[in-house]
Write a protein that binds this ligand. Structure first.
Ligand SMILES: [Zn+2]
Length: 137
């Protein structure tokens, strides 16, 4: 869905990405190490059970890091694009578009903000792009 939305709005697309979940400091949504094909999303921001808002937050985190992987480096530009892509594909009142504005942090306890993590416990999400390759065939 993230890739389709980006393709719709910006007309660009990338394959061969690897997605990892990791335990990152709570203030970090995720990151994309420059020059790699990796996207790491903060597992700690994925609270279960996944309601509509939880899913919208994951969409926003994935979209943000996917834009970085496409070569958008400036944070303000990425945030603006995340909102624009969400609004164009889902409409202004959709939870995804609201998540693009507020992010997952309103649900986070302020006391957790300064935390650090010892071990990211990276977990590779297998077959992350399998659905898409089926789709292309
Ligand atoms: Zn960023």
């Amino acid at each position: 869905m993230v890739k389709r939305a980006v393709k719709n709005t910006l007309g660009i697309h990338r394959v061969g990405l690897m997605l990892y979940l990791g335990d990152l400091p709570i203030r970090v949504g995720g990151f994309h190490p420059l020059g790699t094909n990796e996207i790491i999303i903060n597992r700690r921001l994925m609270k279960s059970p996944l309601d509509v808002r939880g899913k919208a937050n994951i969409f926003t985190l994935l979209l943000h890091e996917y834009l970085h992987s496409l070569g958008y480096i400036d944070e303000r530009e990425v945030r603006a694009l995340t909102h624009q892509i969400s609004a164009e594909n889902f409409g202004n009142d959709h939870p995804v578009t609201r998540a693009a504005v507020v992010g997952p942090w309103p649900d986070v306890d302020m006391e957790e903000y300064g935390d650090t993590v010892e071990d990211m416990n990276l977990e590779l999400i297998r077959d992350f792009e399998r659905v898409e390759s089926h789709y292309i065939i």
